[in-house]
Design a protein around this ligand. Structure first.
Ligand code: BJW
Length: 258
């Protein structure tokens, strides 16, 4: 099938879907200037692998180093704006109001693009919490209300309740996903008739298993990714290319003639 007819076919399936789940990963934000998780790190962190830093043990060993890495990414994300991929996803949700975005991203760009129903599986870099969750899970902390000054004080800030460390409210390796988020995503995938998977390598569990849950129940899997991933084998339609280019074409094919 040519790329054009693949896109038209995928658009036809999406238009007819009743229970659509859109699972996204770091690739969706690549065209907003945010490196993917598996891109090489730069600056102070260039000799590290993100997988080594995104763990509670790394934070325990060197809280300041890990905090500063997140501060650096927070500043990068603060500059970032949704790209045509995020915008097409939000527009697609307007056409199919039952569609839910399940994202592994922590950058908030889907919401900024106007997506309404977004499940954040790996938390959000816009929030912080006490490392020990001293007041219950999660103990969210607004660092702007602390005497701690990010411009002059080294991180991490102290928790105002227990004096321990504050950390970003994201999910690190070996941690459980936010209560309710995985359960809802799992239920949605188990009931989905179509799952659109965009910009994820499909290597990180349990998120990577979600399209398989849907496929086992005969859902149609559509994938958008410039590279093959762990999901490609179960994709009925694999649309090769960056989401900022492919998703607007899918949307245009869906709404053609409306
Ligand atoms: C484009 C593009 C463009 C490029 N357009 N596409 C079962 C088997 C084996 C291991 C495990 C297992 N179950 C659990 C584990 C362990 C672990 C895990 O999965 N390890 C794997 C590495 C093997 N999982 C966990 O630890 C999870 N917790 C858990 O399971 O708890 C249960 C438990 C707890 C306690 C006791 C016992 C049980 C937690 C996982 C949390 C992941 N968190 C991170 C960090 C978030 C914070 C941060 O960002 O710093 O989340 S890891 C990182 O990977 C991040 C991402 O959300 C996640 C997924 O990455 P993603 O989005 O797929 O990005 P990339 O970079 O991998 O891929 C980008 C893709 O985009 C590529 O395919 C490109 O081609 C593509 N692309 N440009 C479209 N323009």
């Amino acid at each position: 099938m040519s790329d054009d007819s693949l896109i038209r076919e995928a658009a036809r399936v999406l238009r007819g879907s009743q229970r659509l789940v859109i699972l996204t990963g770091a690739g969706v934000s690549k065209e907003s200037g945010i490196p993917t998780f598996r891109d090489a790190l730069e600056g102070l962190w260039e000799n590290y692998d993100a997988q080594q830093l995104a763990t509670p043990d790394a934070f325990r060993r060197n809280p300041r180093f890990v905090w500063d890495w997140y501060q650096h990414r927070r500043e990068m994300m603060a500059e970032a704006r949704p790209n045509p991929g995020h915008e097409a996803i939000a527009a697609l949700q307007n056409h199919l109001p039952q569609a839910v975005v399940v994202t592994q991203n922590i950058d908030g760009l889907h919401q900024m693009a106007g997506s309404q129903d977004v499940i954040e599986l790996h938390g959000s870099l816009r929030r912080n919490k006490c490392f020990d969750n001293c007041q219950g899970n999660p103990t969210l902390i607004n660092i702007h209300t602390l005497a701690w000054n990010p411009a002059t004080d080294d991180g991490p800030p102290p928790c105002p309740h227990c004096g321990g460390w504050v950390r970003p409210d994201v999910v690190w390796f070996h941690e459980t996903l936010p209560p309710g988020a995985l359960e809802r995503a799992h239920l949605l995938c188990a009931a989905a008739d179509v799952v659109l998977v965009i910009g994820t390598s499909g290597v990180v569990q349990p998120a990577a298993n979600l399209p398989f849950v849907a496929a086992r129940r005969n859902a149609t899997i559509i994938e958008v990714n410039p590279e093959l991933s762990q999901i490609t084998a179960i994709a009925r339609y694999y649309l090769p290319g960056p989401s900022g280019e492919i998703m607007p074409q899918v949307l245009a094919a869906m709404t053609d003639g409306e």
